[in-house]
Design a protein. Structure first.
Length: 355
């Protein structure tokens, strides 16, 4: 199996955290091939576009993509807005690479329970939000103003095949976890949700090894706060997934810890994916050695699990992160009394040494 990884470090703290993630991957296996390309503000500075064709070509030839983060105040006023890093690089990367399945795990770590807004006593959380990423109300047309601007229109469209393919990825991921899917919709009101529920129900009949239930999105938002331990895989459409994944991730306590994957169709038995931390380029701390590399390191664990079918390697990385945190090492964003401070590089070194 080839394991070619396109590395798009990006802007701000991107290069710092990506460097530590590569260090960890090299400790797992020395046969990964890394090829680097510019993206975001760095690419705009270099050649006037945040997503050069050469970068896109490199991603298409790779088996997986590792992305840092893009953007920063320097690029906020670029005209036209389509050339700004987030709009001109992130959105086209998702659509050009057909990354329709966004996977966001959220897991509480005992050593950091004091940083969770829900604190102890609410049960452990270890769930994945599986969000449809390229359809629904964020993409469908028309999106416009009428009546001289006083009426606004957004459109929500889902097609059967879009629901089928994201549900297929959710069944695969549920099988690697605890075999349970809660499909979240608003089927009491929305037609797109009724189609969603119909398709997922049909697929549940064909995949009876996975337990499938349905929940309305308002109830799910409430249940996540009441008892997040009840969920394994939450499968949902674009806008609901956007909101629920942010809610779930903050229950864990820190932005610097959260990985994510965006997956495409399986090709020759391998799932192509783009792996990145949930956080942005953090310009306020860039270049100071303060960034927490854990979210990016945990994104490489997802890469091993989903694109390279190396669950053992993924577990080794996840255990190494937990061990280093249990031993009391902390970057500034997760610092608490009695713990030892670490720079970005020191945190990466400690996790790599654990492996
Ligand atoms: P941000 O996630 O970059 O930062 C929010 C806060 O969290 C900051 O105080 C930052 O210092 C802190 N933080 C973030 N990651 C951290 C880490 N790994 N370790 C320690 N602290 C960390 O969000 P923002 O400030 O709203 O956005 C900054 C830039 O990033 C903007 O240009 C935004 O558009 C861009 N952005 C990019 C992505 C992406 O590339 N996927 C995602 C979100 C934001």
């Amino acid at each position: 199996m080839t394991r070619k990884i396109a590395v798009l470090a990006g802007d701000g703290i991107g290069p710092e955290v990506v460097g530590e993630a590569i260090k960890v991957l090299n400790r797992i296996d020395t046969s990964f091939e890394f090829e680097h390309a510019l993206v975001g503000g760095a690419a705009y500075d270099d050649g006037g576009h945040p997503l050069p064709q050469s970068t896109l070509d490199l991603c298409r030839k790779a088996d997986a993509v590792l992305l840092g983060a893009v953007g920063g105040p320097k690029y906020d006023k670029i005209q036209p807005p389509e050339l700004r890093p987030e709009v001109g690089a992130l959105l086209p990367l998702r659509s050009e690479l057909n990354l329709y399945a966004n996977v966001r795990p959220a897991k509480t770590i005992d050593a950091l329970s004091s940083s969770s807004p829900l604190r102890e006593g609410r049960g452990k959380m270890d769930l994945v939000v599986m969000r449809e990423l390229t359809g629904g109300i964020y993409f469908a047309k028309p999106r416009e103003r009428r009546d001289g601007g006083d009426t606004a229109v957004d459109t929500c469209i889902y097609r059967r095949h879009e629901v089928v393919r994201i549900a297929e990825r959710a069944f695969e991921i549920a099988r690697q976890r605890r075999n349970e899917i809660v499909s979240v919709d608003k089927a009491n009101v929305l037609e797109t949700s009724r189609l969603w529920r119909e398709v997922v129900t049909e697929m549940a009949g064909q995949n009876q090894d996975v337990k499938v239930s349905h929940m309305l999105v308002d109830n799910c938002a409430m249940q996540l706060v009441r008892d997040p331990s009840q969920f394994d895989v939450i499968l949902t459409e674009n806008m609901f997934g956007d909101i629920l994944s942010d809610e779930a991730s903050m229950i864990t306590g820190s932005l610097g810890l959260l990985p994510s994957a965006s997956l495409s169709d399986p090709k020759d038995g391998q799932v192509f994916g783009l792996y990145e931390p949930v956080h942005g380029s953090a310009p306020d701390i860039a270049g100071q050695g303060k960034a927490n590399p854990i979210a990016t390191i945990l994104s490489t664990a997802m890469m091993l699990r989903y694109s390279f079918k190396d669950n053992e390697g993924a577990l080794r990385i996840e255990r190494a992160v937990e061990q280093v945190l249990n031993e009391g090492l902390r970057t500034a964003d997760i610092m608490s009394d009695g713990c030892r401070p670490a720079s970005t590089i020191e945190m990466g070194d400690a996790i790599a040494d654990c492996l």
